[in-house]
Design a protein around this ligand. Structure first.
Ligand code: UD1
Length: 422
């Protein structure tokens, strides 16, 4: 496994252009196979998870080309309905193939999806909805076989606004007879992005971002050219790195309107922000201020994907802060590593109480999951001496050339490849 070697104490200074959203491009790539045509997805990040999705699409028979930040998916000739276990287990987003494959082929076989181990992450909401629409689903020995001889539009009320389930239902509903209503859907910006992509392909989807999404099925679909929205979590991560290192950062190609809850927390911690339509400028204070409580919530609340990075900021802030995680039950795994670096954190159920320290000390730590790994990099950039973050394959799943961008911003970080360490 590769690792990052970081010499801390250098402030982030400069500008960074954001890539397209990981959580936007993954469902859109899956949805592209519904069209049976050529889709060109611009502003696509170069990430491990995206490569895994492309490998799955290739396995199913799609032809894929990459041209700079564009991915061209030609799904005219599907040859397979089976997603190999080794690929499906790589990431949770393989579950996004259920809806599109039911729509396109009426059948799909795959293993239960993998992904970051940040909680039990069942897919009951996905499967219940697809069953309600008329799919027949067999679950045996960790594998799933979904079949349908014709889905039917219906009303699906989600008990929890699951992002993935909302997206899967939207994609399955494309082939359903009549209207599908999703009540209490997820409202994340990536849902609206998927709606916009599907409509650019000829579908009729309305209501993303509101309390009800309506999909009119059986519209003729075609390929399209589409630009994915900027990555709001990448944006938040770089801003957090600037905040932790007393730095100054201008983000370009950003969508600040989709980051209101995160930006508000940077302000509360004492950062000055200037916002333009697609730019965010942050200047960190000399010492961050503690924050009474941050609670992760479905959008438009504070995103669970920014929880780990803000815990690092809280660890460095002046005073006591509290972080409450309400979305995933096992998302505090990086806290032990932060403690090894000198952070004072007490876990009480789903909350972490943090007493800020003046300085963290570099040491050898491990990335346990994607965002927790990014949080350890941020801690290392702010810490004294050297920090080694091991197991960075988790970080590679979600950040495009992370260390290159951080180095360009004036920090000292090197990727050490496993074979160089031997
Ligand atoms: C997506 C994001 C992920 C983000 C998460 C929450 C992608 C590729 N990933 O993940 O980065 O952290 O939203 O914003 O877009 N749940 C169930 N049953 C289900 C589905 C979900 O109980 O069938 C639970 C999960 O275990 C979790 C919560 O609902 O506790 C949120 O999950 P969900 O919104 O589905 O997240 P993902 O789509 O997996």
């Amino acid at each position: 496994m590769d690792s990052y070697h970081i010499i801390g104490g250098n402030r982030i200074f400069g500008s960074h252009k954001l890539t397209g959203a990981k959580n936007g491009v993954l469902p859109i790539l899956a949805a592209s196979l519904v069209t049976g045509d050529v889709c060109t997805i611009h502003n696509s990040p170069d990430l491990l998870d995206v490569n895994t999705m492309l490998a799955i699409l290739k396995e199913l028979g799609c032809k894929i080309q990459r041209e700079k930040d564009a991915i061209v998916v030609d799904s005219s000739q599907l040859t397979q309905t089976y997603i190999p276990k080794v690929l499906g287990k790589e990431m949770r987003s393989s579950v996004f193939l259920l809806g599109p494959m039911l729509t396109r082929c009426g059948v799909v076989e795959m293993s239960q999806p993998g992904g970051c181990a940040i909680g039990a992450r069942p897919i009951d909401l996905h499967l219940d909805a697809l069953r309600k629409m008329g799919a027949e689903i067999k679950e045996e020995d960790g594998s799933l076989v979904c079949k349908s001889t014709g889905l039917k539009g219906t009303t699906i009320r989600l008990d929890f606004p699951s992002v993935g389930a909302t997206e899967n239902i939207m994609m399955a509903a494309l082939s359903a007879e009549g209207e599908t209503h999703i009540v209490h859907p997820a409202k994340e910006p990536e849902i609206e992005d998927l709606q916009n992509f599907l409509n650019a392909c000829g579908s009729c989807v309305e209501g993303a971002g509101t309390g009800e999404i309506v999909i009119s099925g059986k519209k003729p679909l075609h390929g399209t050219d589409y630009k994915v929205i900027p990555d709001r979590i990448e944006a938040g991560t770089f801003l957090a790195a600037a905040a932790a290192t007393k730095g100054e950062l201008l983000l370009e190609n950003a969508a600040p309107a989709q980051m209101a809850s995160t930006l508000a927390k940077f302000r509360e911690m004492g950062c000055s922000l200037k916002i333009e339509q697609d730019k965010i400028y942050l200047k960190a204070p000399n010492r961050l201020k503690a924050i009474r409580e941050i609670k992760t919530l479905p959008y438009p609340g504070f995103p669970t994907d920014m929880q780990s990075q803000f815990l690092t900021l809280m660890a460095l802030a002046d005073g006591q802060s509290k972080m409450t995680e309400t979305i995933f039950e096992n998302r505090f795994k990086h806290i032990d590593s932060l403690r090894d670096m000198g952070a004072i954190i007490e876990i009480c159920g789903c909350s972490a109480k943090v007493t800020g320290v003046d300085q963290l000390q570099g040491c050898r730590v491990e990335a346990k999951d994607l965002r927790g790994g990014a949080a350890m990099v941020i801690a290392g950039l702010a810490a004294s001496d050297e920090t080694i973050v091991e197991n960075i394959c988790h970080i590679d799943r979600g950040y495009d050339k992370f260390e290159v961008a951080l180095k360009n911003l004036g920090t000292k970080i090197e990727r050490i490849q496993e074979d160089e360490r031997k």
